[in-house]
Design a protein around this ligand. Sequence first.
Ligand SMILES: *Cc1c(COP(=O)(O)O)cnc(C)c1O
Length: 433
Amino acid sequence: MLNLDQLKDTALQLDQEDTLQGFRNQFYGVDDHIYMDGNSLGLMSKKAEQSVLRVLQDWKELGIDGWMNGDIPWYYYAEKSAEIQASLLGAKPNEVIVTGSTTVNLHQLMATFYRPQGNRKKILADALNFPTDIYALQSQVQLHGFDVDETLLLVPSEDGRTINEKTVVEWMDRHHDEIAIVMLPAVLYRSGQLLDMAYLTKEAHDRGLLIGFDLCHSAGSVEHDLHEWGVDFAFWCNYKYFNSGPGSVASLYVHEKHHGAVPGLAGWFGTQKDKQFDMSLSFEPEPSAGGFQIGTPHMLSMAPVHGSMQLFQEAGMTNIRKKSLALTDYLVKLVQAYNEQVDEEKRLTIGTPLKAENRGGHIALEHSEAPRICKALKDAGVIPDFRSPNVIRLAPVALYTRFIDVYHMMTTLAQIMNEEQYKKYEQGRDVVA
Ligand SMILES: *Cc1c(COP(=O)(O)O)cnc(C)c1O
């Protein structure tokens, strides 16, 4: 039987071998606490800070001329930032644009690609997706005047944690001539399960169905080959693993085979770039992902995306994914060692699939006392992420978390459990959890 102490040397060894260790000092706050919440809000980097300061400086000095003469001209800022992102997600440069918010981008993509025809009017999604995705799909169904319960098909989960890809394909078959479009998460926000996007895309296309993915929990954490897989569309936020700041501008991807499609929600920033200021009243969209932009970019919350992407480009997504898996592997080992030493009621259930290919960037631990355990962790200097009713999400982040941080997180957690320190806290969650 392993105890936790015996795993400390493993952490020191892994930290020594870590080729990404140099990135840690690019981030603020890493020494103030053990930050395990990068899947909700990534930490701030110096690069992200610099790119915001640069835009502020340009505004100060150039006023309106920042649009064309800024350090990176604001008029092309979304495209320039998207070019870097595209390379991180296996997309072509003009298949990605930094724009809008996650939820707005989902609306835009559904308004564009959800085209019910005759009997084919249903949307295939899953029962474990994030509420805002489901709300958006429901309202898209309602905009067409359809009944939500009949039209929005939610593939159920067998265990309450994961979605079986085979079941998704069964549903594609069962409702084959009624489905207009498929929309799924890449990584499930609660359990951290990673769905096989290549497989699901192929199965959808074999049945003549369009498919799109929400990459909120996979972008910046796992590798993608969006273009090669043929994924029709995708969208994601940039404030989680991509560390671009609270509410930072989001992104969307549209496969080049759909370029030129008329956006469901048109706006002047989707116009062909060299014609936008002709101020014509007939809309000619840019034949790229850029055509799906709506209005003037929110420069101050887009600026950090550009800075942050430079770090990702330098580190490389293959290296990031490799370290992320090593971190979560190590975390799982620690939890298993802990579980072997404690009584049943103190055990933490691992809710994340253990196979690397089925796992995103975080580990979900389940316990009936999760809300109070999270409060105790925070007071002890560990920042976890609670998801109602019983999930503690822990995301060690490749660019700034050390293996020894994971070790210290676990010894802190073990102490809270063993001494029942969580009992000092009130039950229930805070408003933002
Ligand atoms: C974080 C997250 C969102 C957030 O949407 P916003 O529009 O940025 O508030 C949406 N979907 C999923 C799956 C998420 O994880």
